[in-house]
Design a protein around this ligand. Structure first.
Ligand SMILES: Nc1nc2c(ncn2[C@@H]2O[C@H](COP(=O)(O)OP(=O)(O)O)[C@@H](O)[C@H]2O)c(=O)[nH]1
Ligand SMILES: [Mg+2]
Length: 325
């Protein structure tokens, strides 16, 4: 495969090249990894910048429906939209977005949209790297917005927030005064909370839920990367396509402000540093599983198990041994 040619085609907006490039970064084969690195290095030069939008929410809140309506609206404004997913559960289901394509019927047929299901990988770390690299490819291909969807389970929100410029939390209307068990850490990551399904009978409940979250957001510590009024909560209806244009206006307002203040590039620089360290950590962990390192750990582990060494003394020994390898 000619990687230079593939890179040129991606930059030129060739859809088949785009798919092939993403398939390449999804591959775990060593030769593919080497090619993927060359490709990403070449694409780094492309000076196009997309707005990377992370979107999280529990199953059933309407993520797929929202992406369909919101994505269609963006394409109607002349923008090109890519949709990616981080779904750690997709190892079992084989890529949840695929089944969701039925909910994204219009968008998946739209020439200005590109939808890619989550790679089937059991390890969140692996999915994260592949998705992050797919984001970079979509950006080089000139998409204006890249939506990264994730189901709200465990660590996946953090992973998505670390590859997004904006993090959007989608919520459903809820009765009662409990804040739907949204963890504080997730609330603190959100730039905009969208309470979906603000239509029909659910509208008053959605408005009350929105007010509750607006109040909760005001109680959080002020973040330097936010102008006055952010983070904010709003209501939308993905089905009736209400509030989507306002949501997009707020997103652009926030992004423009952050660009002017230097927070946009600053955050991307921090994220690049974060992913660099994550890659080093996972490579080191992988090294521990093989060869001399594995043998040394097994030998010391035996001693710990037999009560001949304490775990911490053996760990110190292990580090000395590993240093010499
Ligand atoms: N009333 C109403 N229902 C919605 C809205 N958005 C999604 N739904 C419904 O909620 C259900 C789950 O939607 P889906 O997009 O699959 O949610 P996901 O699991 O978060 O991707 C479906 O039955 C949708 O029709 C909305 O804006 N209003
Ligand atoms: Mg869905």
């Amino acid at each position: 495969m000619d990687i230079a040619q593939l890179a040129d085609k991606v930059i030129a907006g060739d859809r088949r090249a785009l798919s092939r490039a993403i398939t390449l970064v999804e591959s775990a084969r060593a030769d593919h990894r080497a090619q993927a690195r060359v490709l990403l290095e070449r694409l780094r030069g492309a000076d196009k910048q997309a707005v990377r939008i992370g979107l999280s929410g529990t199953p059933g809140v309407g993520k797929s429906t929202f992406i369909e309506s919101f994505g269609m609206m963006l394409t109607e404004q002349g923008l090109r939209v890519a949709v990616l997913a981080v779904d750690p559960s997709s190892a079992r289901s084989g890529g949840s977005i695929l089944g969701d394509k039925t909910r994204m019927e219009r968008l998946s047929r739209n020439p200005n949209a590109f939808i890619r299901p989550s790679p089937s990988q059991s390890q969140l770390g692996g999915v994260a790297r592949r998705t992050r690299e797919a984001v970079a490819i979509c950006e080089a291909a000139g998409f204006d917005a890249v939506l990264i969807e994730t189901v709200g389970v465990g660590q996946s929100e953090t992973v998505v927030a670390e590859m997004s410029d904006l993090f959007i939390l989608l919520l459903a209307p809820a009765g009662g005064d409990e804040l739907q068990g949204v963890k504080r850490g997730i609330m603190e990551m959100a730039d905009i909370i969208l309470v979906n399904k603000a239509d029909g009978d659910l509208k008053p409940v959605a408005m009350r839920t929105c007010a509750d979250y607006a109040g909760a957001l005001r109680l959080l510590r002020k973040r330097p990367q936010d102008p006055e009024g952010f983070p904010k909560a709003m209501t939308v209806s993905a089905v009736e396509e209400n509030g989507l244009d306002t949501a997009w206006e707020e997103m652009t307002t926030l992004v423009d402000w952050r660009r002017k203040q230097g927070f946009f590039d600053g955050r991307r620089a921090e994220q690049a540093r974060y992913w660099f360290e994550e890659e080093v950590k996972s490579a080191l962990l992988a090294k521990l599983q093989h060869g001399d390192a594995r043998a040394a750990l097994d030998a010391l582990g035996e001693k710990v198990a037999a009560g001949e060494r304490t775990p911490s003394a053996a760990a110190e020994d292990a580090l000395l041994v590993l240093d010499r390898l």
